[in-house]
Design a protein around this ligand. Structure first.
Ligand code: GLU
Length: 481
């Protein structure tokens, strides 16, 4: 059977890295087994949910490339995929449970419940619902219904033990005496989380529930609901929490926690995916850098480890660099196009007559870039006549005694060379330095600053060849006597 899995965010905040990882694990599992990845928006907490958050979550998932097969925007056989549009389904399921004797109406008022709870606490004991309303006679219930009394629906927890197997945690047993008759429909007619999540997972034929560890304590109640509804219980995999480096639950204190912030900070989605995948999951072996396809190929739920995962931002930086290195130059160019256009550095010939050249420039620059956007200023001296000079570098390398003179001589040597091929150009520079009794470094540093405006660059002779003789000579002229 092909798996059907889901990601079910509540749109009460942006997509958190923990949520993104849950989505990723579900997505990888679906893709690995040719299954279906469902996206369901759990927006029943109307006060705290917002359309902006829905938009933000969808956009972060899209940025990560976690495409959903059913859900908002794409529809599917189990539409709608917003819980607020499915309230009738939950109410029908609750009525069915009441009719079957698996649930009952509860007319207790919140004040009365609070008073009982306080009294119990004052006496030093924990309070669970005392089944007052389960004991009502049919006549009493009929009278209250006729009166139109507000009522919730409570699930009647049967005696015994609930067991389930968690694919991460193993066999779990839970004595039902510790579970009170929980509310499944509130007195305002709204379902509680337990009911809506189970009804939807049943209706949507979910086969594996992969979600955060914080839901493990909810699972016994949910298993009871599956059983009462006569539905097969899915497999569960509860994924360990993500912690900050101090081993406390990852929070704002540790830095950015929403996926959107990482997008704004110019991380590559490939890096984010790779980084998130290894937070709590291990493919075995030493390989760390994985493409999306490799992750799909390797992913197993059994590879999710029980230990909590530590979020290490430096590691994310490292992944970013690794993936940037692996990104083909054409793809880099495609992604940089908007930024290059905005900077006035784009021209269409990058895609035609200059394609080979710009690819070489990008390949030369990318090993030094930590973020994609850093390539825009790095490309500027290659693609534009204007050079932005770093003042400190100019003072240090171009203003020294005799430098302008040395550069004038060097310019003439370059003019006489047939090409700016790196090896002969380097040999010519060293010969000139010798002849003038200076260290080659003097000429190398001065040339670099004159040509790219910075004290650092990739290998100077590769740079000179790719900047091109015309521009190199022009820039040396500006800085020579
Ligand atoms: N909507 C729940 C949440 O965002 C997820 C429920 C579930 O995965 O079972 O925490």
């Amino acid at each position: 059977m092909r798996p059907r899995v889901r990601f079910a965010p509540s749109p009460t905040g942006f997509l958190h890295v923990g949520g993104a990882r849950t989505a990723l694990f579900n997505w990888l599992y679906a893709r690995r087994h040719g299954g279906t990845f469902v996206l369901r928006i759990e927006d029943t907490d109307v006060e705290r949910s917002s359309d902006d958050m829905v938009t933000g979550i969808l956009s972060s998932l899209t940025w990560l490339g976690l495409s959903w097969d059913e859900g908002p925007g794409v529809g599917g056989p189990h539409a709608p995929y917003f819980q607020t549009e499915r309230l009738d389904t939950y109410r029908a399921a609750a009525s069915h449970l009441v009719e079957a004797g698996a649930a009952y109406y509860c007319y207790c008022r919140p004040d009365d419940l609070a008073a009982k709870r306080e009294a119990a606490q004052a006496a030093g004991s924990a309070w669970t619902y005392d089944r007052t309303c389960h004991a009502l006679s049919p006549e009493d219930v009929a009278r209250r219904e006729a009166d139109g009394q507000a009522r919730a629906v409570r699930f009647l927890v049967p005696p015994g033990i609930t067991t389930f197997t968690d694919l991460v945690r193993g066999h779990i047993e839970f004595a039902r005496e510790h579970i009170e008759d929980f509310v499944i429909i509130r007195s305002d007619g709204h379902p509680t989380y337990h009911l809506s999540v189970v009804v939807d997972d049943v209706e949507m034929e979910i086969t594996q529930v992969v979600r955060g560890d914080d839901h493990i304590s909810n699972t016994p109640k949910q298993v009871l609901l599956y059983e009462a509804l006569g539905a097969p219980v899915p497999e569960f995999a509860h994924v360990p929490l993500i912690l900050g480096p101090d081993k406390k639950r990852l929070s704002k204190r540790h830095g950015a926690t929403s996926v959107g912030e990482y997008e704004t900070q110019d991380y590559l989605p490939e890096a984010m995916i790779n980084f998130l995948a290894l937070l709590g999951w291990s493919p075995g072996g030493n390989q760390e850098v994985f493409s999306r396809d490799e992750l799909v190929e390797r992913f197993t739920l059994a590879g999710i480890s029980g230990g909590n995962a530590v979020f290490n931002a430096e590691k994310l930086d490292w992944f970013n660099q690794q993936h940037l290195m692996r990104l083909p130059s054409e793809e880099i160019l495609r992604r940089l196009r908007p930024a290059l256009t905005a900077a006035g550095l784009w021209r269409d010939t990058f895609l035609t007559t200059e394609a080979g050249w710009i690819a070489r420039v990008i390949d030369l620059l990318k090993p030094r870039a930590r973020k994609l956007g850093q390539l825009v200023p790095a490309l500027a001296p290659f693609v534009s006549d204007e050079v932005v000079y770093d003042e400190a570098a100019v003072i240090k390398h171009l203003k020294g005694d005799g430098v302008a003179d040395h550069l004038a001589a060097w310019r003439e040597v370059l003019q006489a060379l047939p090409t700016l091929e790196p090896a002969p150009t380097e040999a010519a520079l060293r010969a000139l330095a010798d002849a003038r009794g200076i260290k080659p470094g003097v000429l190398i540093h001065a040339t670099r600053v004159a040509v790219v405006g910075q004290a650092v660059s990739p290998g100077l002779f590769e740079v000179l060849e790719l900047v091109g003789r015309g521009r190199v000579i022009e820039r040396l002229r500006t800085h020579s006597s």
